[in-house]
Design a protein around this ligand. Structure first.
Ligand SMILES: [Zn+2]
Length: 152
């Protein structure tokens, strides 16, 4: 892609842009040797700049798509965290109610209802931390129970 049509010629002495092909600078009026003329391939410089810009745009586009992917991933991560906290809230309530009922059954209505909510709250608070594990164990328990009932 060699094009000499857009070759810019500058005077080495004064930096003036040489508009014609004459070997004398129109500005400083010095006789110009071949070495006195600075040749700048204007188009090529533009091309390089444009390519650099395109490259930069492409890179920034990639960066944008990367950050978009990261956003999506972080959204998924937030969703998982959100799911965890929702599950923790729900399982906490379930564990609390089940524990309180358990206390009422074992310690009677008076002590069970009166004091059973205190350990139930603690159990629910601690138990809800590992609710996904408890959910898996419950699922396995139900599967095992199903198998036992089925083969009985
Ligand atoms: Zn000059």
């Amino acid at each position: 892609m060699e094009s000499t049509a857009t070759l810019k010629r500058l005077c080495r002495h004064c930096g003036a842009l040489l508009k014609n092909a004459s070997m004398e600078c129109w500005f400083c009026h010095k006789k110009l040797e071949y070495a006195d003329i600075i040749r700048v391939e204007e188009k090529d410089v533009d091309c390089v700049e444009r390519e650099e810009t395109t490259e930069h745009d492409r890179l920034s586009d990639n960066h944008n798509s990367d950050s978009k992917t990261k956003d999506v991933q972080s959204e998924k991560h937030i969703d998982l965290g959100d799911l965890y906290f929702k599950g923790r809230f729900i399982s906490g309530i379930i564990i609390f109610v089940v524990s309180w009922i358990y206390a009422v059954i074992h310690y009677g209505l008076f002590i069970g209802i009166g004091l059973g909510w205190i350990p139930s709250l603690v159990i629910a608070f601690i138990g809800s931390f590992i609710w996904p594990l408890l959910a898996v164990l419950l699922l396995l328990f139900l599967i095992a129970l199903g198998i036992i009932v089925f083969f009985k």
